[in-house]
Design a protein around this ligand. Structure first.
Ligand code: BGC
Length: 499
């Protein structure tokens, strides 16, 4: 009886919301921009990445990735966790799609595991079982009417290629392009949205805090920029390849994913405002300037050249693009994809004369004690930051189309009644809609991170971002929709932000 009454009330609320949504849609058609409702063309999705969810790390011909090696050799740096089973999506992709269907998801962002498709990293031997896995997943998505956004590389380098120097090896550009070529040719009839590479800053710079423990001799201050340089060239070459070889038949769109936090000056002083801008340029401009304007931001070129000289280097630690490379990289994007999570107050830091990206950046950050904490201490909640991030990108890069490819709230408990997550999504979407209506930013999609709880890199399984809970203690990694999944479902159906 109670359940039936509840069901009736839910249906009534749903109908009322649909009516309101219909009314606002009419207003939208009448050329107004209503801040409470998203247009029907706006893409709502959720994302995952291969290493974080698949497991099946050595099954059916897959070889080790850099993260399989790291987690099985030095799990001490990853909260004693490995990705060997992870969320078991290699076996449970059907359950994942069933969860998407249950929450009415329209778009799903996932990544391919390079070492599952090419166990040696190189294109001379393709692992058919790995290819079949992604065909199966795409079949399942197609049957459910869910549009994929596929990331070709989300940090899990084939270990074989790491032995050749990974992203600091100039040949990595060609290895990546050969792999991307295979991905386009195998899956491009069904994938119309491609991300070549996810967050180069994270695997070129962020990862160093782990790697220096293992390789104290790592040439910090050089590693970051070599890695970033070849990642930019690899992305651009793959983009050009797609345009030349696949665009006419496949009609897809390609870009790379960059991350940016909201960086605000600690005070209104010019020095603090400049420090915040400097951080934006070192963080996002490092990669966005080359693909939009054809070269690194001036400030990076000047600062790194000067610091390199004063440190005794004969040439700048920041590599230079040749003129033909500048032509290759400039304009190598169809739209901008950004991952954004939190905000920082920024001020200039004292300069320390040892080579490193952080010393070149030379800023220090803090977060407000008023912002809600989340499962990751570095990611305090400040949804207004998302609007500022969008405005900065739009102003700096001539109003491009922007898709938010990651944004999410984590906790440590995977609680099902996750009201903080619901509040986070609601407040973030409110700011995104304000950005679209009041700042005229061209945002066309939002992918919540993440679809399911998963292996959170060096935090192991202690941090949970999912809309769907995964029970990592159960053998079959049982999945249960959290309240936020139902909230998201309602939002996707009605397009309406409540409250
Ligand atoms: C990464 C994700 C990660 C998330 C939360 C992003 O930078 O792309 O793989 O799970 O941050 O830490």
């Amino acid at each position: 009886m109670y359940r039936e009454t509840n069901f009736c009330i839910e249906r009534i609320i749903f109908c009322v919301l649909m009516l309101i949504s219909y009314y606002f849609n009419r207003l939208e058609a009448a050329d107004t921009c209503n801040t409470s409702i998203f247009p029907s063309t706006f893409k709502f999705g959720a994302g995952t990445s291969a290493f974080q969810i698949e497991g099946g790390w050595n099954e059916d011909g897959k070889s080790r990735s850099s993260w399989d090696w790291l987690s099985n050799t030095y799990s001490i740096y990853l909260n004693n966790a490995t990705g060997n089973v992870a969320s078991d999506s290699y076996h449970q992709y059907k359950q994942d799609v069933a969860s998407m269907v249950a929450m009415g998801l329209q778009n799903y962002k996932f990544s391919l595991s390079w070492s599952r498709i090419l166990p040696k990293g190189l294109n001379y031997s393709i692992n058919q079982a790995g290819v079949k896995y992604y065909h199966n997943l795409l079949d399942e998505l197609e049957a459910a009417g869910i549009e994929p956004l596929v990331t070709i590389y989300h940090w899990d380098t084939p270990y074989a290629l790491d032995l050749l120097g990974g992203w600091t090896n100039p040949k990595m550009v060609d290895y990546f392009v050969a792999y991307a070529d295979i991905a386009f040719s195998l899956f491009g009839d069904r994938v119309k949205l491609w991300a070549t590479i996810n967050e180069p800053k994270s695997f070129c710079e962020g990862i160093l805090s782990v790697l220096v423990n293992i390789f104290p001799e790592l040439p910090i201050g050089t590693y970051e920029y070599l890695c970033g340089h070849y990642a930019i060239l690899a992305h651009a070459k793959a983009y050009r390849l797609y345009k030349k070889k696949y665009q006419a038949t496949q009609q897809g769109r390609v870009s790379l994913i960059l991350n940016l936090s909201c960086n605000m000056g600690l005070t209104n002083s010019t020095a603090d405002q400049e420090a915040a801008e400097r951080k934006n340029l070192f963080e996002f401009g490092w990669f966005a300037h080359p693909i939009v304007y054809g070269d690194y931001p001036d400030i990076m070129q000047v600062v790194i050249a000067n610091n390199s000289a004063s440190q005794g280097f004969l040439i700048s630690r920041l590599p230079k693009f040749t003129s033909s490379e500048k032509l290759l990289i400039k304009g190598a994007y169809d739209f901008i994809m950004v991952n954004t999570y939190t905000s920082y107050m920024v001020t200039m830091a004292n300069y320390s004369n040892s080579p490193s990206y952080q010393n070149d950046l030379q800023t220090s950050t803090s977060q407000s004690s008023e912002w809600l904490s989340s499962g990751l201490s570095t990611l305090k909640v400040h949804p207004e930051g998302t609007r500022k991030v969008l405005k900065w990108i739009s102003d700096t890069y001539s109003s491009p189309e922007i898709i938010i490819t990651e944004n999410g709230f984590s906790d440590n408990t995977a609680i099902l009644n996750d009201t903080d997550r619901i509040r986070f999504i609601n407040a973030t979407l409110t700011n995104i809609r304000l950005s679209m209506c009041s700042d005229s930013v061209n945002v066309t999609g939002y992918f919540y991170w993440s679809l399911i709880d998963s292996m959170e890199w060096n935090n192991g399984y202690t941090v949970k971002f999912g809309l769907v809970q995964v029970d990592f203690d159960s053998e079959n990694r049982t999945r249960t929709l959290k309240d936020s999944a139902y909230y998201y479902k309602n939002l996707i159906q009605t397009r309406l932000i409540i409250g």
